[in-house]
Design a protein around this ligand. Structure first.
Ligand code: ADP
Length: 560
C-alpha cells in the first residue's frame, strides 16, 4: 500500500518535471524529427520567398511597406517558424552555455546514489521521479518475463510474500522482490549481495521474503584446549579486537595445560499460562502437576510427541486464578523450542480431560523465559548449564596476559561481583560473556536472540597455590544451543559446526553434539573473560581498541 502510494507520488513528480520542460514540438502530434524538418523547410522557403520579393521591389522601385496578401502570409509564416526554431534549439543552446555540462550516465548514477544515501534530506523531500528510480536500478539486468512480474509486485497485484510459491524458484523470487523493493523505495541495495546464498535452504525455516544476505566476517580463535581436546573456535563478528582478545585467552589457557568443563543440567523449558474460575483450582493443578506420583503418566504423554524430547520436571507458579507451568525437557541435539512446545501441547490436551474448567490462555506465558532477562533462568537454568575452569600459572599471567594474579583477583571482585551487584545485574556478573556467545552463535547458526539468557554468567577468580597462580571459572546456567534444526543446517553455519566436530545429529549418542558445543561456548567465554579482564587490569583496553576497533579514517577525522 505504502509502496503504491510512493509510486503514484513519484509518477506525479515525474509529470511535474515533464511539464516544466515542455517544448514547442510537443504541440504537434508528430515525431520530433518530422516536426523539426517541417519547420526548417517552411522557415527557409519563406526566407527565400521574402528575399525574392525584396529584390523584385528594389528593381521595380516599389516601396518596401507596400505588401500583398502573399507577402503578409509569408511574414506570418516566417515569424511562426522562427519562434518554433528558437524555442526548440535556442533555449537549449543558451542553457548549455549558462548552466554547466550535464553529467554523463556514470556520473549521474553516482550522483543519484549520493543523493539517495544522503541523510541530509528528509525522506519526503528526496526526489523520486521514475527516472531517478530507473537510474538507481539500471545496473541490474532483468529479463522481459521478470520485468512483468516486478511491475506486478510494485503495483501490488502480486503479493511479495507469494513469489516463492508462484514461481517455484527461490533465487528468482528473491531477485524479483529485491528489484521491486528498490523501485518502491527508491533506495539502492547495491552492496547487499544476492548471489551466493542457497535460497531453497532457507525457505520455510530460516527467513521469509529474502532480498539478499548480510556478510559477517568469521575469525578463528584458538586452539582452545578444553577437556584435553583442541578446538578452533569460529567467531562471526564486526567488532575489532574480539577475536584477537579471545585468541590471547586461549593461548594463556593452552600454556597452562587447558581448561575443564562440566555440564550439570540439560533441559529446554516452555511455560504455558492457564486460567481457572478460582485461585483454589489453580493451586489444585499445581499440586497435581508437582506430585511425584503423577510424573510417570505426564511424561508418557509429553514424550509421545518426539523421539528425543524427554520430560525432566514440571515447576509451577501461581498468580491468583492463573497458573504458570514450566515444563523442562531434554531435546537431543536440537536447541529444542519446537520440540518442547509439541510436548507441552500434548500435555495440555491431556490435562483438559482431567481439569475441564482449565482455560489455556497461551502456550507461552513468559515463565519459560525465552529471549528476555529473567531471574527464573538465572536461578533454575535453561538449555545447558555449564561450569568451566582453569588454573593459569602466575608466569603465564605475567607473560601472556601482561598483568599479575593479585590485580586480576581484585579487579574481578570490584568489577564482576561488586560492580554488577551495584548495577543490579541479572546474570551479568562477567566482563563480556555476551560478546563471545553472540559471535559463536552467529557463526554456528544458533538463534542470536537467545544470547540474552545464554550470556548469563558469573566469572570467579581467586589466587591459588600460595597466591602464585590464578583459578578462574565461568558458570553459565542457560546456554541454549543445538546442532540440528534452525540455522544450523545452512551451508556456512554447518561448515563452522563441522570445524568444531559437532555438525548435525549425533547418531550414537543423541544430544552429545549439542552438549559439546555448549562446553566449547563456555570454554571460549573463559578465554574471553581472562583476556579482557587482563587488558583492563593492565590498562590496555583503550589502547588496543584504538588500534583494532577504530578505522584509520575515523582516527584521522578525530584528529582533524
Ligand atoms: P528445535 O526444537 O530446536 O526448534 P527442530 O524441532 O526444528 O528443532 O529440529 C529438530 C528435528 O531434528 C526434529 O524433527 C528431530 O526429530 C530431528 N532430529 C534428528 N536427530 C536428532 C537429534 N539427535 N537430536 C534432536 N533432534 C533430532
Amino acid at each position: 500500500m505504502e509502496g503504491r502510494l510512493r509510486q503514484s507520488k513519484s509518477k506525479a513528480s515525474a509529470t511535474a518535471d515533464e511539464s516544466s520542460s515542455l517544448k514547442a514540438s510537443d504541440a504537434v502530434s508528430l515525431p520530433v524529427y518530422l516536426t523539426n524538418a517541417f519547420f526548417f523547410t517552411v522557415f527557409f522557403s519563406v526566407v527565400y520567398f521574402l528575399l525574392l520579393r525584396w529584390r523584385e521591389k528594389i528593381r521595380n522601385s516599389t516601396p518596401l511597406h507596400v505588401v500583398s496578401l502573399s507577402d503578409i502570409g509569408a511574414i506570418v509564416t516566417f515569424v511562426a517558424s522562427f519562434i518554433y526554431l528558437v524555442g526548440f534549439f535556442g533555449i537549449g543552446f543558451v542553457q548549455s552555455i549558462i548552466i554547466p555540462r550535464a553529467p554523463d550516465e556514470e556520473d549521474e548514477f553516482e550522483q543519484v546514489m549520493v543523493k539517495e544515501d544522503s541523510p541530509k534530506l528528509p525522506c519526503a523531500a528526496a526526489p523520486k521521479s521514475d527516472d531517478d528510480i530507473l537510474k538507481i536500478c539500471k545496473k541490474i539486468e532483468v529479463s522481459a518475463d521478470d520485468e512483468e512480474i516486478i511491475k506486478s509486485v510494485v503495483e501490488g497485484k502480486i503479493p511479495s510474500y507469494a513469489l516463492e510459491s508462484k514461481l517455484g524458484d527461490c533465487r528468482r523470487a528473491a531477485a524479483i522482490r529485491r528489484e521491486a523493493l528498490q523501485r518502491n523505495t527508491g533506495k539502492s541495495l547495491e552492496g547487499l549481495p544476492l548471489e551466493g546464498l542457497d535460497y531453497e535452504s532457507i525457505l520455510g525455516q530460516c527467513c521469509e521474503m529474502p532480498v539478499g544476505y548480510v556478510q559477517i566476517p568469521v575469525g578463528i580463535a584458538g586452539p582452545l584446549l578444553l577437556d584435553e581436546c583442541e578446538y578452533s573456535v569460529p567467531m562471526a563478528t564486526t567488532e575489532g579486537c574480539l577475536v584477537a582478545s579471545t585468541n590471547r585467552g586461549c593461548k594463556a589457557i593452552y600454556a597452562s595445560g587447558g581448561a575443564t568443563s562440566s555440564l550439570y543440567r540439560d533441559a529446554m523449558t516452555r511455560a504455558p499460562v492457564v486460567r481457572f474460575g478460582s485461585a483454589k483450582r489453580a493451586a489444585e493443578l499445581k499440586l497435581f502437576l508437582e506430585d511425584p506420583l503423577n510424573f510417570e503418566t505426564l511424561s508418557l504423554v509429553f514424550n509421545s510427541s518426539s523421539r528425543f524430547g524427554r520430560l525432566q520436571s514440571i515447576k509451577c507458579a501461581v498468580a491468583g486464578k492463573n497458573l504458570y507451568i514450566r515444563f523442562s525437557c531434554s531435546t537431543g541435539d536440537a536447541m529444542g523450542m519446537n520440540m518442547v512446545s509439541k510436548g507441552v501441547q500434548n500435555t495440555l490436551d491431556f490435562l483438559t480431560n482431567q481439569f475441564p474448567d482449565m482455560d489455556v490462555m497461551g502456550i507461552s506465558g513468559n515463565y519459560c523465559s525465552d529471549k528476555k532477562p529473567a531471574a527464573v533462568n538465572w536461578i533454575e537454568g535453561r538449555g545447558k548449564s555449564v561450569v568451566c575452569e582453569a588454573v593459569i600459572q602466575g608466569d603465564i599471567v605475567n607473560k601472556v596476559l601482561k598483568t599479575d594474579v593479585a590485580s586480576l583477583v581484585e579487579l574481578n571482585m570490584l568489577k564482576n561481583l561488586t560492580g554488577s551487584a551495584v548495577a543490579g545485574a541479572l546474570g551479568g556478573f562477567n566482563a563480556h560473556a555476551s560478546n563471545i556467545v553472540s559471535a559463536i552463535y552467529i557463526a554456528t547458526g544458533q538463534d542470536p536472540a537467545q544470547n540474552i539468557e545464554s550470556s548469563h554468567c558469573i566469572t570467579m577468580m581467586e589466587a591459588v597455590n600460595d597466591g602464585k597462580d590464578l583459578h578462574v571459572s565461568v558458570t553459565m546456567p542457560c546456554i541454549e544451543v543445538g546442532t540440528v534444526g534452525g540455522g544450523t543446517q545452512l551451508a556456512s553455519q554447518s561448515a563452522c559446526l563441522n570445524l568444531l566436530g559437532v555438525k548435525g545429529a549425533n547418531k550414537e549418542a543423541p544430544g552429545s553434539n549439542a552438549r559439546l558445543l555448549a562446553t566449547i561456548v563456555a570454554g571460549s567465554v573463559l578465554a574471553g573473560e581472562l583476556s579482557l579482564m587482563s587488558a583492563i587490569a593492565a590498562g590496555q583496553l583503550v589502547k588496543s581498541h584504538m588500534k583494532y576497533n577504530r578505522s584509520n579514517k575515523d582516527v584521522a577525522n578525530i584528529k582533524s
